[in-house]
Design a binder for this molecule. Structure first.
Ligand SMILES: Cc1ncc(COP(=O)(O)O)c(C=O)c1O
Length: 487
């Protein structure tokens, strides 16, 4: 038996299946529920299902019922069973695999609304910050400008921000990079070798999944539910994977927006430690705390061995292309060594600009927060009015709503039809580690309220065309290699 294969517990499987009371034979209802869970990515392809015997208790059905349901799944391509490996969830040939190639904002024609990117325009004050930074530049011009660790004032401002959040940090622990994705690249080079097992959340930020794959990592999905982490299941996944690293987005997770509570952080930190797995924590979105609430400690406050990755793209502006890595005590040197094989430092001027901006507002400005809340409200209200059968939660923070489409409405088909209506949006499978999630759609809300309302009108028209069979089927039109999803 492959001990490291991801598994799903019988208890969680029963929760996913839900109530089986139905007019159909029970085994059929069970097979349908499991098929939907696999197709949706709630049981990711490659996950070993509980044994037939183990499932009978939590489901309250006979072994024959489970056996017949598993037979149906095997016949329809959703399950393979091999001696020694148990029964493993699969996606039938022809099912949408993980989407590639989102949509590239630069290609947008006039009048098209682009919601492929969960990032905002620059806040007020950026030009003034550039002016002040230019005034400080001469002090750096007598040096070569290769600041492999980063501009000292910025490193100190970043360290101060961690201290403010309750995590003792010195500027010596901080490495400035050209954004969080570049920071992840440094961490991947420093930490991983081809073939290493890496746990990654499912769904997750697509560029993270791509970067890990490109590094030759063997990915083990850790499922994030629409409302957050099933911590018992996550602990099981971490134990089964015994991975080299686990990449987590606990602060307004992209795409669900979920915020991991402290108690869950502490439990997962403990399990990561006992399994020898290094936590790699992407905190790019932590400052987009729109509603506020009880403060949550940085993950590294629970896991001193964690490597944290940060970014100014969401808190200030993506055009600064500035982010950072916070290393565990004494580990910065190995990160700097890994960094120089990719680049020799981030631009000095942009680092000075960010230091200026952080001095005035370390996170989101009040004005930006008000704008984002208004856009989110417009999006939620328009969805309720125009697409009432689309379900979503409004998370405390983040830049998107993670929407569940009604059964039968494919996210891929919908996004393809939306493009014809002048709306660009990334389909659910783009966020999957392996495949599935075609009943999910990420709707970012970075644009003004009136634009968000219009976007939903276009989406509703697209949904109407898909439902009435007037739209071209999605999968054939959707692959756009080479057009990356940005944020
Ligand atoms: C989780 C996550 N990480 C990284 C990024 C990109 O960060 P950067 O612009 O700093 O490279 C994003 C942008 O959406 C993100 O959501």
């Amino acid at each position: 038996m492959n001990a490291s294969a991801p598994t799903v517990s019988a208890a969680r499987t029963a929760r996913l299946v839900g109530d089986l009371a139905t007019s159909r034979p029970t085994y059929r209802a069970l097979a349908d529920a499991l098929r939907l869970a696999v197709a949706d990515g709630r049981i990711p392809a490659g996950t070993r299902l509980p044994s037939e015997r183990d499932l009978t208790g939590p489901l309250g059905v006979s072994r024959t019922t489970v056996t017949r349901a598993y037979d149906v799944l095997r016949e329809t391509g959703y399950l393979t069973s091999r001696r020694g490996s148990g029964s493993v969830a699969t996606l039938p040939a022809g099912t949408l695999r993980r989407g590639t190639g989102g949509l590239f904002p630069a290609d947008v024609a006039d009048g098209v609304i682009d919601l492929t990117c969960a990032a905002t325009r620059a806040p007020a004050g950026v030009v003034e910050a550039y002016e002040r930074a230019v005034a400080r530049l001469p002090a750096y011009l007598c040096g070569a400008g290769y600041l492999t660790h980063g501009v000292p004032d910025l490193r100190e401002a970043i360290a101060q921000r961690y201290r403010d959040r309750g995590l003792p940090t010195s500027a010596d622990d901080v490495l400035v990079t050209s954004g969080a994705v570049a920071g992840l690249g440094v961490v991947v080079r420093a930490l991983l070798r081809p073939g290493d097992r890496v746990v990654v959340e499912d769904p997750s930020y697509p560029n993270t999944v791509d970067a890990l794959r490109a590094a030759g990592a063997r990915l083990r999905p850790l499922v994030v539910d629409p409302d957050g982490w099933d911590v018992e299941e996550a602990e099981r996944t971490l134990t089964a994977a015994a991975g080299r690293a686990a990449v987590l987005i606990p602060d307004f997770h992209n795409p669900t927006g979920a915020l991991m509570p402290d108690e869950q952080r502490a439990r997962l930190a403990h399990r990561l430690r006992t399994t020898g797995t290094t936590p790699v924590v992407d905190e790019s979105i932590v400052e987009v705390d729109l509603d506020g609430g009880a403060a949550v400690l940085p993950f590294a406050a629970h896991a001193p061995e964690a490597v944290s990755i940060g970014s100014s793209s969401k808190s200030h502006w993506g055009g600064l292309r500035t982010g950072w890595v916070r290393a565990p005590r004494g580990a910065l040197r190995s990160l700097v060594e890994a960094r120089v094989s990719g680049d020799l430092g981030a631009p000095v001027l942009e680092q000075l600009v960010l230091a200026e901006l952080m001095q005035r507002s370390p996170g989101l400005t009040a004005e930006r927060r008000t704008d984002l809340v208004a856009s989110r409200t417009a999006l939620a209200e328009a969805l309720a009015a125009e697409l009432p059968d689309v379900r979503f939660r409004v998370p405390r923070g983040g830049l998107s709503l993670w929407c569940e489409l009604p059964v039968g409405l494919s996210s891929t088909a919908l996004t393809a039809a939306a493009e014809d209506e002048g709306l660009l949006v990334a389909a659910g499978p783009r966020f999957a580690v392996e495949g599935g999630l075609d009943r999910w759609l990420r709707l970012p809300h970075p644009l003004p309220p009136a634009t968000m309302t219009e976007a939903v009108r276009r989406l509703a028209r697209a949904a109407e065309r898909v439902r009435s069979g007037r739209a071209a089927p999605g999968p054939a039109r959707v692959a756009r290699p080479g057009r990356p999803l940005v944020a």
